[in-house]
Design a protein around this ligand. Structure first.
Ligand code: SF4
Length: 191
């Protein structure tokens, strides 16, 4: 690989900016073996557990690598007949669902009309949600239709589940929603 002055400057700026690999790749260097080696070292001695991407109903198979109980890597499972080791960008970022310092860990509440968020403890937030669900259900509950048909439902509450809810969660969630008389139930993974 011949390095011209122009290309040298390109690599130098890449290194200065913390993107030395990007700079080398820009010069045509084949980084595949280096990256493969780095990946291999990361999961060396890791325990591998088969799993499923949580983000949509395709259900791509994944391999979760853990070292001393901590997730160090998640990638597509090449044995899977439908995703054959590949993951879409969302699935490829599943690692960050677990390990992400930017993930919100506190309950934030913004009152109607307020401009700022207020930090609430979880018990207070759960109690408030329960109060509002009960109030709305009580005010809108329909026991029978005009023709006398028993329906025991409320049309005033809608449940939309996130794609990361697993089967067990969805099972319990359905029971709770149906028990409350909520009929509008959807899940992002199905949408
Ligand atoms: S979000 Fe992407 S990786 Fe995950 S199951 Fe769906 S298609 Fe597969």
């Amino acid at each position: 690989m011949e390095v011209s002055r122009r290309n040298f400057l390109k690599v130098s700026s890449g290194i200065a900016g913390g993107t030395a690999l990007g700079g080398l790749a820009g010069l045509g260097a084949n980084l595949a073996p280096t990256l493969a080696r780095a990946q291999e070292l990361r999961i060396k001695n890791a325990k591998t557990t088969p799993s499923v991407c949580p983000y949509c109903s395709v259900g791509c198979a994944t391999l979760v690598h853990t070292v001393t109980g901590k997730i160090v890597n998640i990638e597509g499972d090449p044995r899977s007949p439908h995703n054959e080791g590949t993951l879409c960008p969302k699935g490829a970022a599943t690692y960050q669902l677990h390990v992400n310092p930017n993930r919100p860990m506190r309950v934030l509440h913004r009152a109607p009309g307020a401009a700022d968020w207020e930090e609430w403890d979880l018990d207070r937030a759960m109690t408030r949600v329960s109060e509002l669900v009960k109030k709305t259900r009580d005010e809108t509950f329909i026991e029978r239709l005009d023709d006398g048909k028993l329906v025991n439902m409320t049309p005033a509450i809608f449940s939309l589940g996130g794609a990361t809810l697993d089967n067990e969660w969805n099972h319990i969630h359905q029971k709770l929603m149906r028990g409350l008389g909520i009929v509008a139930i959807e899940n992002q993974a199905r949408i």
